[in-house]
Design a protein around this ligand. Structure first.
Ligand code: PMP
Length: 447
């Protein structure tokens, strides 16, 4: 019945997907859009809402994969981007916007003495690793299982279906030797890795925990990690692609009071347009500096991306960061998430479903463990993952139905795993979403 209800509501999406399958693998342009029987095609969006091709309204809980802290079509961001479209989309030259953009990043983000813009978060983590290797003269990186850092080769270990460190298809298996994979939040494993191997250049992690806090870390762990990495002369990289400018204007590093050597940024940094950045200590970023390379007689790291610091992304990014700087947008998104978490958990209790919704800041996760356990981030056992939230879960079918039932009920979460909120989600959206959550859960019970 859930699939039937979904299909009855979305005939235009069905037709578009049938045609798209002749042109795009699986008929989609992004992995996360893969949905059985077919994905929703969206026509337009505004603030916290979007509308599909059949005119169905959805409360948006994916927020451009987290890029849209200010919601869809923030007027000033839209105006800034539109103005820049008329002035030129690519100068092939320096422009004042890259200065304004970098000034905001270095003012707002604690570790950012220098910043280099990229076109995406994947490119940012790629460059951060290269910087760390050049700076330390070492080869390897420590990363944590289930922490996500984009899709380039070094990061294609330890994520979906490959928690054991095997590479996904097309990735060079030899690279596994350069990637030291440790369980999330396991400081002892990090220490052991450093002690057994002098060739570790960097440790990279999502500072609030795997998949933006699905497996939460804590400030105590981060402080311990900071000390360990420093003691071993390596580079600590916070991947703040989601948390940057969201958890606080200075990201998770500011909120948690632990400063990394480098951080990677994307999503919010470009105000909803394509863009990313690597930021951090001057002496590390100087590996991309022409002058220093000449002075020190060393070759610089090359970084030629066509769209680095693209003027349109820069214009949108400047406007977004300017709005975010005073902390109000982050606080509003967090307050909305706190209210939604309480509302969803209330509905779960009323419906007698032993799950819970958890998460800090403005990203929440569905803990579809049958025991509905609460989570203590400081005492997290890496072997006890939130059951049911990863694609590898045996209850995949149930989760797929949960997602469809949510869409039928007027919500568009980030798949069956949770929600991302924006500063535009208000009381009306929370109340509507709680009703939709209840309807979706009832559909699932009756299935
Ligand atoms: N790091 C993290 C923590 C992410 O969540 C993502 C994207 N979801 C990336 C890196 C990759 O960023 P992008 O999709 O812009 O390449």
């Amino acid at each position: 019945p859930i699939v039937a209800a979904y299909m009855a509501k979305t005939p235009r999406s069905a037709a578009l997907h049938a045609e798209a399958s002749a042109h795009l693998p699986s008929g989609i342009a992004h992995d996360s859009r893969y949905t059985d029987p077919y994905p929703v095609y969206v026509a337009r969006a505004a603030g916290p809402r979007k509308w599909d091709m059949d005119g169905n309204g959805l409360i948006d809980f994916y927020g451009g994969h987290g890029a849209l802290l200010l919601g869809h079509c923030n007027p000033a961001v839209t105006e800034a981007a539109q103005r820049q479209l008329g002035l030129g989309t690519h100068f092939g030259a320096c422009h004042a916007l890259e200065l304004g953009w970098s000034r905001l990043v270095t003012q707002m983000v604690p570790c950012a003495e220098r910043v280099r813009f990229t076109s995406s978060g994947t490119e940012a983590t790629h460059m951060a690793l290269r910087l760390a290797r050049a700076f330390t003269g070492r080869r390897k990186v420590i990363r944590f299982q289930r922490h996500f850092h984009g899709w380039h080769d070094h990061m294609a270990f330890g994520v979906d279906n490959h928690f054991d460190g095997t590479p996904s298809p097309g990735v060079l298996p030899e690279l596994a030797a350069e990637v030291v994979l440790v369980p999330p939040n396991d400081l002892e494993a990090v220490t052991r890795a450093f002690e057994g191997d002098p060739d570790i250049a960097a440790v990279i992690l999502e500072p609030t925990g795997a998949s933006t806090g699905m497996i939460p870390t804590g400030a105590a762990f981060l402080r311990g990690l900071r000390n360990t990495v420093t003691a071993h002369g390596a580079v600590l990289i916070f991947d703040e692609v989601v948390t940057g400018f969201r958890v606080s204007p200075g990201g998770a590093q500011q909120a948690l009071g632990v400063t990394p050597d480098l951080c990677t940024l994307a999503k919010v940094v470009a105000g909803g347009l394509p863009g990313g950045a690597v930021a951090g200590r001057k002496e590390i970023l100087d590996w991309i500096d022409f002058d220093v390379s000449a002075a020190k007689g060393r070759e610089k790291i090359k970084h030629q991306g066509t769209y680095n610091a693209n003027p349109v992304s820069a214009a949108a990014g400047i406007e977004a960061l300017t709005q975010i700087r005073d902390g109000d947008a982050c606080a509003r998104a967090t307050a909305a998430a706190t209210a939604l978490r309480a509302a969803f958990n209330r509905v779960l209790a009323e419906e007698g479903i032993p799950w819970s919704v958890y998460g800090e800041h403005s990203v929440l996760h569905f803990f579809t463990n049958p025991d509905g356990l609460a989570i203590d981030p400081e005492a997290w056992d890496a072997n006890t993952q939130p059951v049911g939230v990863f694609k590898t879960d045996p209850r995949k079918t149930m989760l797929a139905k949960l997602y469809l039932s949510l869409v039928v009920s007027g919500l568009d979460p980030k798949g069956p795993r949770g929600v991302i909120l924006s500063a535009t989600h208000g009381e009306a959206e929370i109340a509507e979403a709680a009703d939709g959550w209840r309807r979706a859960l009832r559909m699932l019970k009756e299935e």
